[in-house]
Design a protein around this ligand. Sequence first.
Ligand code: AGP
Length: 616
Amino acid sequence: MCGIVGYTGKLNAVEVVLSGLRKLEYRGYDSAGIAMLHDCSMDVLRAVGRVDALARKTANISYVPHNAIGHTRWASHGRPSEINAHPHCDNTGQIAVVHNGIVENYSTLRSELLQSGAKFLSETDTEVAAVLIGHLYKGNLVEAVIQATQRFEGTFALGVVCIDHPDMIVGARRGPPLAVGAADDGAMMLASDALPILPYTRNVCYLEDNQIVALQPGKMELYANGVQIEARLQKICWTAEESERGGYRHYMLKEIYEQPAVLRRLAANLVANAGSLSPVSPPTFNLDNFPLNNDALRKLSRVVIVAQGTAFHAGLIGRNMIERTVRIPVSVEYGSDFQYRDPVIDPSVLVISVSQSGETADTLGAVRLAKERGCTTLAIINTVGSTIARESHGVIYMHAGLEIGVASTKAFTAQIAALYVLAIHIGLQRGTLSDADAVRRVADLLQVASRVDEALACAEQVKAVALKYKDSANALFLGRGTGFPLALEGALKLKEISYVHAEGYDAAEMKHGPIALIDERMPVIVLALKGRRYDKIISNIQEVKARGGRVIVIASHDDTEIADKVDDVIRVHDDRGIMNSIVCAIPFQLFAYEIAVARNCDVDKPRNLAKSLTIE
Ligand code: AGP
């Protein structure tokens, strides 16, 4: 996703902005640029590729600017190029704009502006925004931005500067997030998220949709629908250290190893009486502002989970959890489809969104539709203060901490754990889960972090297996039951960071087509833990082996039969419960990581990908 950083204050604005853009690199991008104001003039520099390429260009400036806006671009309109990189200027060259989102009516606006004599250099919607702001500017920059954004259809997070206002940055937001930081020394910052602001202040205000802010050193004016309102700053809890790699080679590896701590923190945050559990003292949960009381929970007709990508896979596991404890139908939907399919939902349906960033446009659109139809919406979110969290009736935070690696790992296992807590809570409230069973389930949750520790201890073994298959062009992941969403997740991890074509399938589905792919060049990774469907999985493995396939299994610690049937075995401690879904995710994450590293891929910033998809 595109990244925005703006700074106005006493420091060297170029240094602050470039450093901030580097902290946003995890979002994924293909070019970068900066606009610097000084002595009533402005320079704009842009470069294709990494922020370092832009930094080399700024090294030649002969002054120290104290007001600058910068941008990392993830190409949506127009190919990655210097001419399409942001900032874009109006026709006078006095106004520069950086933008995240899509102005969907940009071609209409472009035609109108062309008729009034405007000129365009690029193919981007952002340049249209800049030219329109310049066209409307009559001396009041805030007013020009208000009028222009009222013409925009679609989404935007904007940063705008103007030569006439050498210490001012104007921000505007509809859709993609935009945060404002107010430092103790009076400096003001604008950024796509809190990360670039962290080193200077923790006092942050997240703009709401259709809000506009004017920043000058020591001064912040916030406008909602054109009317000035009070700005409320909040303290962000992340530390700057969390945003560092902490000695790990990649953020993704750090986040894989953070999972035991995340799971312990999540359990400690969500389980109110973990220390005094007993069959006569059932678990209670810290679910602040839970949007449904017991009566409403008992009237629930069904649950819909909406999510994308990895969060969708967590949702599939959550479906099994909730159906087992709550005994009502649960469906899992891609938000991208749900919001446009005119789904059959009503106020008796609980719509649960699952999202690490809390900004995924596809998921947000589904939540907004559910609210329009009178459904109660509950969000399971990692990013505090994010849009989906703020727009839902209730939110359960995962407490996974900052996840910087584009490939989601600790957020995935935290999502599963949060859905597990929700399933227990609703089951208890509806009376479909006994106290004793709830105690047993919470005990599994409290133990799962230790099982993850054990799985991480096998990292070297996983690496040895992964390196045997690092040159495969394809891979198949198979599983049954909860193993199927894990197979989907394992395939997604491998494909998104190593660019190997990998597919996840329900193992039962193999004979309905995918088995045609099997030969000695196709590694097949199978989730084969002991359980009700173990024998069927063994049959699937034998079908693959009979056709020359090479089989790697994730197997139970106490399975003494399987080794003779396959090529490689990776064992996990199997407690025969659904918390295995968290434990089995670890070897998949490590498997994908080791292959990506062996293939010299950019693990934290995979090509074409972004950490948060705030556009549809
Ligand atoms: C996961 O590794 C991917 N980066 C991607 O599928 C991600 O899970 C998806 O875009 C949803 O993001 P969210 O959890 O922030 O909504």
